[in-house]
Ligand binder design. Structure first.
Ligand SMILES: C[S@@+](CC[C@H](N)C(=O)[O-])C[C@H]1O[C@@H](n2cnc3c(N)ncnc32)[C@H](O)[C@@H]1O
Length: 304
């Protein structure tokens, strides 16, 4: 009897030990690591956690939020789509924009709509040239560009392996490594290959002769960091057609200060200025001044 009682106590003791090792200790270690952070890092970690929980909640509640009777629908769907039903493709775009439930795109329907409406405007204006994107990650914005590009080509520049350690310098020194959970194969499967030219590698070293000779109607710069954003402005600006768009994600986010810095530096001697979208990251858009000859601009840049 006493033996049974001692065995039971031992089993209980071992279970308590396992519970402590598995659940209590990791939590304790996380609390210690959290306490060791600076107060700025702590508040950033809390904000990120809240963002992830909100993204998860939004994803779970999306069927409720996007019902036609829901008050949110006005915010999340432009009027001509939900009220006048004259833009059916938008629903298709919405579906792949939120595919996979990634937090950045799931939150940001305003960004999707702004991209869609501006690309439509560019097409209506018959701005000549191809589309390009620097910063593809898992391909959500690339998929939109690819779907809307028509007969044009889409050039996609990325490492397809996230940031590299030596990218995090200068104004970006305090950022974290990111965007590793992707690959060229994964993006190709999602975005497709029809008139899509994948340019893997570190930009601007990755630039090909074909990409250098092309003219662009739309360039989407979404690389987060100052150096590649500045290099992209230097490379693409002279190759963008008159009336073409240069779209800079994160311009006004405050989280990636290198983008605003790159724009301020590059456009200091030019007439265009960014117009800011009311999306989550304050995307900045520059529409290249009309009545400019692309080739003479390239020639001028090359003379410098
Ligand atoms: C924010 S993600 C792009 C998100 C994507 N446009 C979307 O909306 O779904 C940033 C991407 O920029 C890429 N990137 C940053 N610096 C780069 C560089 N110098 N060369 C190539 N890719 C770079 C990263 O690999 C990462 O995939």
């Amino acid at each position: 009897m006493l033996q049974h009682f001692t065995d039971a106590l031992e089993r209980l003791d071992r279970a308590a030990l396992r519970f402590e090792e598995r659940y209590v200790e990791p939590v304790f270690q996380r609390i210690v690591r959290f306490a060791e952070k600076s107060s700025a890092e702590r508040s950033r970690a809390i904000r990120q956690r809240i963002q992830h929980i909100s993204a998860w909640l939004y994803y779970r509640l999306r069927w409720f939020i996007n019902r036609s009777w829901s008050p949110y629908v006005k915010i999340y769907k432009p009027q001509n789509a939900w009220a006048f039903d004259n833009f059916r493709e938008l629903e298709e775009y919405r579906q792949f924009w939120i595919a996979g439930g990634e937090a950045n795109n799931l939150f940001d329907m305003a960004r999707l709509y702004a991209l869609v409406y501006n690309i439509r405007q560019l097409l209506k204006d018959n701005i000549p040239g191809h589309f390009a994107e620097l910063g593809v990650y898992q391909g959500h914005s690339a998929k939109l560009l690819s779907t809307m590009k028509g007969d044009r080509r889409l050039y996609l520049f990325d490492t397809f392996d996230g940031f590299r350690p030596d990218d995090l310098v200068g104004v970006d020194a305090k950022q974290n490594m990111g965007f590793k959970n992707t690959s060229l194969g994964r993006v190709r499967n999602f975005v497709g290959a029809e008139r899509v030219i994948y340019v893997p590698g570190w930009f601007p070293q990755s630039v090909t002769a074909e990409a250098s000779e092309a003219t662009y109607a739309l360039v989407h710069i979404d690389c987060d960091l100052h150096a590649p954003a500045k290099a992209a402005l230097e490379f693409f600006y002279p190759r963008v057609s008159a009336g073409g768009y240069i779209i800079l994600h994160d311009y006004g986010s405050g989280y990636w200060p290198g983008i605003e810095k790159a724009v301020q530096e590059f456009f200091s001697d030019k007439s265009e200025r960014p117009i800011i979208w009311p999306d989550a990251a304050g995307t900045g858009v520059i529409r290249k001044a009309a009545r400019q000859d692309v080739h003479s601009t390239v020639a001028r840049q090359q003379k410098k």
